[in-house]
Structure formats: structure tokens, C-alpha cells
Design a protein around this ligand. Structure first.
Ligand code: PLP
Length: 415
């Protein structure tokens, strides 16, 4: 029992070491990723993984739950402090499971969901046909205005009146602007639909008070807990007392079995960190860094969807500035110099989801490493240098050397 992983399973240990080294030696710019603290890592890697705790604190189906009850209560209380919700469920295994919890709470199979189109920034769990959401429910999608890159709320309202949805979903994975939650709430009320605000990407920005908070505005708010909020991996549902029982039943036993108590501990620890004043500074820097990045790219003639960003990500449309470069080619060229991000569809996509026309660039992880605007300007210029001439080996070598320098100056973990 006492044997370390290194002694017990060198193959897995070696892969973990290499992954850790990869994270240290590259610039992580995938907008949904972050680097959690050592404290969160420790909570997630603890003996809590051994415990079954079906049910909720004080109402479990198993014995021996005193300590996991305490942990889950801490996670819930801290989440209430962070987002101001009346009721919180911290058990969803992921953001997708959180959405499933809300759908199961208020919809029947065949009911109708109106959500943002995936190629315009939406998420698989909002009704894509390869996901359960698209298979169980009837889906209609709204879009962003191809000219402005902003959600077209008049179009959304028109579709809502015509389609008569049971639920309207706001929130996105690749939309650089804030949603007008109040406006969507009004439209939902007009057509008699529930409003689910999925803040997966922006949980941390909302908690820090620098992004509009849909809690109390939308009927349900869901999120991922490992993105900008930088806590243990998983999901969360927030709602009012009115819907609390329906949500809790839908998450367990509706959608899941035993909760991942080790991840709930990671959520509790990360939420505790986010309640510290330093977290608000972090979140502000995340946005300042994204705006800096957008400015550098705009200055060099890149197409930036919506002309900039309100949050932690920039969506680049390569079609006008680099008509011969696809998003996947850009992703690969940047990966080669140690800048890791993802190709992404853009509004009005003319290529395919597998080889789209854009890239999505996020700042949460680099900001955690300590990057400020000065470093972000440097990173932006590296991106420009590499993408302006992906065949230029000398430019790639210069960029890779600069990436090495930045990684050494700003370690993720101190060991
Ligand atoms: C990331 C994300 C989710 C949840 O993703 P998981 O990988 O299941 O945690 C849900 N909705 C949106 C909009 C997202 O970006």
C-alpha cells in the first residue's frame, strides 16, 4: 500500500512527468484551460477518491460520510459566497453533466431548447446532434450577426416567438463578448421558457465581479469549475430555492451515481482561493491580457471577431488577412513553437469544423503563471511572426527560443 506511483507504475508516472514538463515548457493558451494550485492538486489526489457518498450532506445512502459531508458543505457555502446563489449543487462531474442536470430538472424528452449555434460559439451540450442534448430534445439555434460578431438579440427574439422553446440557453465556449442576460431573460419570460445561463468559461470572471452575473436573473446557472475559476475539475449548478429540489434530484439520482468527492474537495479549495482578494486581481489581469492580445493582432491586420473582447479569449478569423492559412494549420504552426491553442470555427464559417477558419486564444492559464500585459504583447507578436510566414524556419526558431525564455521566467509550479 505504501509504494509510490514512481515505484509501482513507472509507465504512468513517466507520462505524468512528461505532461507536467509539457505544461511547464509551453504556453497554454487553450481558453478553457488553467493551472490549479498545488493545494487543489493535493485535494484531488487524496484518499477521498475511495469514498462512496450517494445523496447529499446529511442525507446519504452510505455510512462514514461525516467528513465528506463537511467538504461538500464547504464547497456549497463558498460557491454561494462567490456567485450569490440561493441554492448550489457541486456534484456534477463536468459542465456537461451540470447542463444535463438542468435539462432533466425541467424538460421532458422531445421538449424544445433554443441555444447558440456551435459554429457561432455555442457548446456541444447545448443541443448538438452528436450529444445527448441534441438527441433527446428538439433544438433551434440562434446566431451572432456576421457583420458585428455580437449575438443578434432581435433574431433571437424572433426565433423564440416562432419556435416557442421550453428553455433558452445563453452562454458559450467561443464568444468573446458578454451576454445580455437580462434581455434573454425578458425574451424567455415572453415566450414562457426557462432561461439557463451556462457560464462555464467565465465562472471566475463572474465571481470576481468583472463580468455580468446571471445568478438571480436566469432561472438556472451552470458552469465548469476548472476553467477561469481555477478550482477542482467538474461542474456546478446554481438556482433559486424554488428549483432546488428538482435540480438536486436531476443531478443525483437522475444523471449520476456517486459524487466524485475528491473533485468536490478540489472545488472547495479552489473556491476558497477565489474568495481571497488576490483572485479579483487575477481575473482583471486575465481580461486586460486578452484585450492586449486582441490589440496586437488588430494592429497587425488580423481579423478579430467582434473587433475585440470583453473577457478571457480572442477569436481570430484568418480568412481575410491570411486566406491561404486554415485554423488547423495555424494551430499546428504555433504548436511547433510551443504555443498551444485550438483551431475554431468562426461566425459564417466557410470551411469545416475539422479544418475551420479561425483560432481561439485564451489568457487564463498564462495569467496564472504571472504574465502581464508586457509579456502578452510579446506573445501576440510571436503569434503574428509565426502566422505571417509559417514556412519561415528562422522566425519559428526565434519564437521557440522566446517561448523557452518566458516559460523559464514564469514557472507553473515551483519544483
Ligand atoms: C466547457 C463548457 C462546458 C462544459 O464542459 P465539460 O468539458 O463537460 O466540463 C459547458 N458549456 C460550455 C459553454 C463550455 O464552454
Amino acid at each position: 500500500m505504501a509504494e509510490s506511483l514512481r515505484a509501482a507504475d513507472s509507465k504512468v508516472q513517466r507520462a505524468i512527468d512528461r505532461e507536467r514538463e509539457r505544461q511547464e515548457s509551453t504556453l497554454g493558451m487553450i481558453a478553457s484551460e488553467n493551472h490549479v494550485s498545488e493545494a487543489v492538486l493535493e485535494a484531488q489526489g487524496s484518499a477521498l477518491t475511495n469514498k462512496y457518498a450517494e445523496g447529499y450532506p446529511g442525507r446519504r445512502y452510505y455510512g462514514g460520510c461525516d467528513h465528506v459531508d463537511a467538504i461538500e458543505r464547504l464547497a456549497v457555502e463558498r460557491a454561494k459566497d462567490l456567485w450569490g446563489a440561493e441554492h448550489v449543487n457541486v456534484q456534477p462531474h463536468s459542465g456537461t453533466q451540470a447542463n444535463m442536470g438542468v435539462y432533466f430538472a425541467v424538460l421532458d424528452p422531445g421538449d424544445k431548447i433554443l441555444s447558440l449555434d456551435l459554429t457561432h460559439g455555442g457548446h456541444l451540450s447545448h443541443g448538438h446532434d452528436v450529444n445527448f442534448s441534441g438527441q433527446l430534445y428538439e433544438i433551434e439555434q440562434y446566431e451572432v450577426d456576421p457583420e458585428t460578431g455580437y449575438v443578434d438579440y432581435d433574431d433571437l427574439a424572433a426565433r423564440a416567438r416562432q419556435f416557442n422553446p421550453d428553455l433558452i440557453v445563453s452562454g458559450s465556449s467561443a464568444y468573446p463578448r458578454e451576454f445580455d442576460f437580462a434581455r434573454i431573460g425578458e425574451i424567455a419570460a415572453e415566450v414562457g421558457a426557462f432561461h439557463l445561463a451556462d457560464i462555464a468559461h467565465v465562472t471566475g470572471l463572474v465571481a470576481a465581479g468583472i463580468h455580468a452575473n446571471p445568478v438571480g436573473v436566469a432561472d438556472f446557472v451552470t458552469g465548469s469549475t476548472h476553467k477561469t475559476i481555477r478550482a477542482g475539475r467538474g461542474g456546478i449548478v446554481m438556482t433559486s430555492e424554488e428549483h432546488s429540489e428538482a435540480v438536486d434530484k436531476a443531478v443525483f439520482p437522475g444523471a449520476q451515481g456517486g459524487p466524485l468527492v475528491h473533485n468536490i474537495a478540489g472545488k472547495a479549495v479552489g473556491f476558497g482561493e477565489a474568495l481571497e482578494p488576490a483572485f479579483a486581481e487575477y481575473a482583471e489581469q486575465v481580461v486586460a491580457n486578452a484585450k492586449t492580445l486582441a490589440d496586437v493582432l488588430l494592429d497587425h491586420g488580423f481579423g478579430v471577431v467582434s473587433g475585440g473582447t470583453d473577457k478571457h479569449l480572442v477569436l481570430v478569423d484568418l480568412r481575410e488577412s491570411h486566406p491561404d492559412l486554415t485554423g488547423s494549420e495555424a494551430e499546428e504552426a504555433l504548436d511547433d513553437v510551443g504555443i498551444v491553442l485550438n483551431a475554431n470555427t468562426v461566425p459564417g464559417e466557410t470551411r469545416s469544423p475539422f479544418n475551420p477558419s479561425g483560432i481561439r486564444i485564451g489568457t487564463p492559464a498564462l495569467t496564472t503563471r504571472g504574465f502581464g500585459e508586457e509579456q502578452m504583447r510579446t506573445v501576440g507578436e510571436l503569434v503574428v511572426d509565426v502566422l505571417d510566414d509559417p514556412e519561415d524556419g528562422e522566425a519559428r526558431r526565434r519564437a521557440a527560443a522566446e517561448v523557452d525564455r518566458l516559460c523559464e521566467a514564469f514557472p507553473v509550479y515551483d519544483d
